[in-house]
Design a binder for this molecule. Structure first.
Ligand code: MG
Length: 281
């Protein structure tokens, strides 16, 4: 594959990505996929989806897990509802993540990913220890499917994420770096954070955001690529500095406005294409 192929985040029947048809119209060579609902995760649907991908000449590079009951309404709600951290849903979601891993294998995809949630910062917290355990369990399942597990960034500062990865201690655990999330959640400067965790970054999102007036207490604002505080050129230069050559996967989370979403992703493709040329990729 060429260096830095462009990608977009897609959805079938769950999540905020664009439809595969839109990815095809936009002419991108790669996608990330939000895992579809359980009723769609069948061998038959996998075969149909694979045929569409083949037809469109698109490579699927990451399958993202998401769960019913998750809400991104505000930061405290994320802490209460997202990922493997809430104890009451943890084992059911871990089981579902393994099923998503199996579905990703049917799609020939070697990477699954998720927002793990707000991991407790106190490493002695019993909840922390349980999240470490369940992550090991999912990593081991993914390994049997020949897959890596990528953690989406944003909900932890870089240092906490590094410590968590080291505590899990599995060789197939890596990072999907999303620079906008660090701004949206107020967890750190995206470029400085990327430098800290770069050695674990195996996939990325290209998404932009503006800082909130009170970062960490309220959401920052997601904005079209190039109009926020990430600094796309510096982002690509930093990825380059540790040898990242994988897809640049555009994410624009305004699925409720599909026409605007498509237009802004089109603009993002042009921006990244120009930057790639400028940086000699
Ligand atoms: Mg993302």
């Amino acid at each position: 594959m060429e260096k830095w192929p462009i990608g977009v985040f897609t959805s079938i029947d769950a999540g905020l990505g664009v439809k595969l048809e839109v990815a095809r119209e936009l002419g991108v060579p790669t996608i990330h996929l939000h895992a579809p609902a359980a009723s769609t995760r069948t061998p038959k649907h996998a075969q149909e989806f694979l045929a569409k991908l083949r037809d469109a000449g698109i490579t699927l590079t990451v399958v993202f897990g998401g769960f019913e009951g998750e809400s991104y309404a505000d930061i405290p709600t994320v802490a209460r509802t997202v990922g493997l951290v809430p104890p009451e849903t943890r084992s059911a979601r871990a089981q579902e993540m393994k099923e998503i891993s199996d579905f990703a294998r049917l799609l020939g995809c070697g990477v699954i990913a998720l927002h793990i949630g707000f991991v407790p910062h106190d490493t002695q917290d019993p909840n922390y220890i349980e999240v470490v355990k369940v992550t090991r369990d999912i990593c081991d399942h993914a390994k049997r499917n020949g897959q890596n597990l990528h953690l989406e960034t944003g909900q932890e500062p870089a240092e906490a994420l590094l410590r968590f990865i080291q505590d899990v201690g599995r060789d197939n655990l890596f990072i999907n770096f999303d620079p906008a999330n660090l701004i949206l959640y107020g967890t750190g400067n995206p470029i400085e954070s990327l430098k800290k965790v770069g050695r674990y970054v195996r996939s990325v999102h290209c998404k932009d955001a503006k800082w909130a007036a009170h970062p960490g207490k309220e959401w920052g604002q997601e904005v079209p690529l190039g109009q926020g505080d990430v600094g796309m050129e510096q982002y690509l230069r930093t990825l380059d500095s540790f040898g990242y050559t994988g897809p640049l996967t555009i994410e624009r989370e305004i699925a409720q406005e599909p026409e605007r979403q498509k237009a802004e992703i089109g603009h993002a493709i042009r921006l990244l294409t120009e930057l790639k040329k400028k940086l000699g990729a």
